[in-house]
Design a protein around this ligand. Structure first.
Ligand SMILES: C[S@@+](CC[C@H](N)C(=O)[O-])C[C@H]1O[C@@H](n2cnc3c(N)ncnc32)[C@H](O)[C@@H]1O
Length: 373
C-alpha cells in the first residue's frame, strides 16, 4: 500500500505506517526544518505549502495530522475557522479529487469539545455529505509502549470500506495495574492550575505554532542523586518518548527539535493504525448508542452510511509493556538538572496555589533548589 502525508511534520505518521508496510509516495510540509528531515529520512517527494498543491498522486491512504494550533487548550482556540486548523479545508480539497481508499486525520481531543465540538461536526458533515463512512477513536500513546501520556483523536474515513474495522477491532480496556515508579513527569511551566502529573510517564510533549518556545517537560527521579533528581530530558530522550529513533531530528537547534517532536504523531500509535489499514479486523461487539446532532462528541464514534453511533471503547486498544521505565530512558538517552530559574518559578507557583501534590515531591523540589547554593 502507498500513502500521501499532508502536514507531514517530521513524519511520525509515515514512520508508523511504514512499519505496517505502507510506503509514503508524497509528503507535504512547508516548515523548512521539518521538511529537511523528511527529505533526509524518506524516499518520497516532499512538497511545500499545501495551499499551492494542485493535486496529490493516486494512493491507498492519505494522512493529515492538521495543525492543532486553533483547537488545543494551549492554542488560540479560534477553532476550525482559525487560520491554521482551518487548513484542514486544503486537505479536503485535495482528498475530494483523489481516489484514495482511506483518509486518516489526527488532532487533539479538544476538537471534540471546543465551541460545542464544531470542528468535529464540520469534519463529520464534510464526509457524510459526500457519502463517506467515518470512525474515530481517542488513543493514548502511553498504552502503546511509550513513556508519554498523549491522548489524540484519530479519524479514519472511507468511501467504500468500513473504518470501524480499522479502529474498533481491538480493546484491552483501562489499565488496572498500579506500579511503584522511580520517575514521575510534570510540566515545570505549570503550577497554578495543575502540574501535568504523570506516574512513570511524562505529560504530553507540546509543539504548537512556529512562534513561542516549545518547552520539554520535567521529570522527578526518586532515585536521583542530590541536584540530579529534578531533570529536564534530553532531546534524544524526547524523540524516544514519541517512538522516534534517538537523533531523528538532528540538524536543528534544540528548541526547534522540541517543537517538531511535540507536533508529531507517536510512531507506535500510527503503526497500530497502519496494521488495521493493511489488514482490517472485525468491529468488537461492545455497547453503542445512537448519536444525535445535539449530543456531545464521545471518545469514540462512527458513521456508516450516514448513521452515527457512539461506541464504548477505551483509549487502550492493545496490551503492551513499555520496553523501559522512564528512569531507564533518561539513563540511556540523557537529561540535565532542571535550571534554578525553571525550578524556582514552578516551586513558587506551586506554593502559591492550592494544588495538592506529594510531600516528598515538594521536598525534592526544595532540595533541588538547595543544590544550587
Ligand atoms: C500537527 S503538525 C503534524 C505533525 C506530523 N503528523 C508528524 O508526525 O510529525 C502540523 C504540521 O503542518 C505544517 N503546516 C502548517 N501549515 C502548512 C501549510 N500551509 N502547508 C504545509 N504544511 C503546513 C506545520 O509546519 C506542522 O509541521
Amino acid at each position: 500500500m502507498h500513502s500521501v502525508g499532508l502536514f507531514a511534520g517530521i513524519g511520525g505518521f509515515e514512520l508508523g505506517l511504514q512499519r505496517a508496510g505502507i510506503a509514503p509516495e508524497m509528503l507535504c510540509e512547508y516548515w523548512e526544518p521539518a521538511s529537511e528531515i523528511l527529505k533526509a529520512r524518506f524516499d518520497a517527494e516532499v512538497a511545500g505549502d499545501i495551499r499551492e498543491l494542485r493535486s496529490i498522486p493516486k494512493v491507498d491512504i492519505v494522512t493529515a495530522g492538521f495543525p492543532c494550533t486553533d483547537l488545543s487548550q494551549v492554542g488560540r482556540t479560534a477553532g476550525i475557522e482559525g487560520s491554521e486548523s482551518g487548513l484542514v479545508r486544503e486537505a479536503f480539497r485535495l482528498i475530494d479529487d483523489a481516489v484514495s481508499t482511506w483518509v486518516v486525520l489526527e488532532n487533539v481531543p479538544n476538537m471534540l469539545s471546543l465551541r460545542g465540538g464544531s470542528a468535529m461536526t464540520y469534519i463529520a458533515d464534510w464526509f457524510e455529505e459526500r457519502g463517506w463512512n467515518w470512525a474515530y477513536r481517542t488513543l493514548d500513546s502511553q498504552h502503546f509502549g511509550l513513556r508519554q501520556r498523549r491522548r489524540r483523536v484519530f479519524l479514519v474515513a472511507s468511501r467504500s470500506e468500513d473504518p470501524r474495522k480499522v479502529l474498533f477491532a481491538d480493546d484491552a480496556g483501562p489499565t488496572t495495574a498500579r506500579a511503584n515508579h522511580s520517575a514521575y513527569g510534570f510540566s515545570w511551566t505549570e503550577g497554578n492550575r495543575g502540574v501535568g502529573w504523570g506516574d512513570g510517564v511524562t505529560p504530553t510533549l507540546k509543539g504548537g505554532s512556529k512562534v513561542g518556545i516549545a518547552s520539554p517537560p520535567a521529570i522527578w527521579r526518586t532515585d536521583g542523586a542530590p541536584g540530579h533528581a529534578i531533570i529536564r530530558p534530553s532531546v534524544r530522550a524526547g524523540e524516544r518518548l514519541q517512538g522516534l529513533r534517538a537523533g531523528w531530528t538532528e540538524g536543528s537547534r534544540d528548541g526547534v527539535r522540541w517543537k517538531m517532536i511535540g507536533n508529531a504523531v507517536s510512531v507506535p500509535v500510527a503503526a497500530w493504525i497502519g496494521r488495521g489499514l493493511a489488514s482490517p479486523g472485525e468491529p468488537l461487539d461492545v455497547e453503542r448508542r445512537a448519536l444525535h446532532p445535539s449530543d456531545r462528541w464521545p471518545y469514540a464514534a462512527a458513521s456508516i452510511r450516514g448513521t452515527r453511533e457512539a461506541w464504548s471503547l477505551s483509549d487502550r486498544p492493545i496490551r503492551t509493556t513499555p520496553p523501559s521505565t522512564l528512569s531507564a530512558l533518561i539513563d540511556r538517552h540523557g537529561g540535565s538538572p532542571l535550571s534554578f530559574g525553571a525550578t524556582s518559578g514552578f516551586y513558587s507557583r506551586l506554593r502559591a496555589s492550592s494544588l495538592r501534590v506529594r510531600d516528598d515531591f515538594r521536598k525534592a523540589l526544595a532540595d533541588h533548589l538547595q543544590s544550587f547554593k
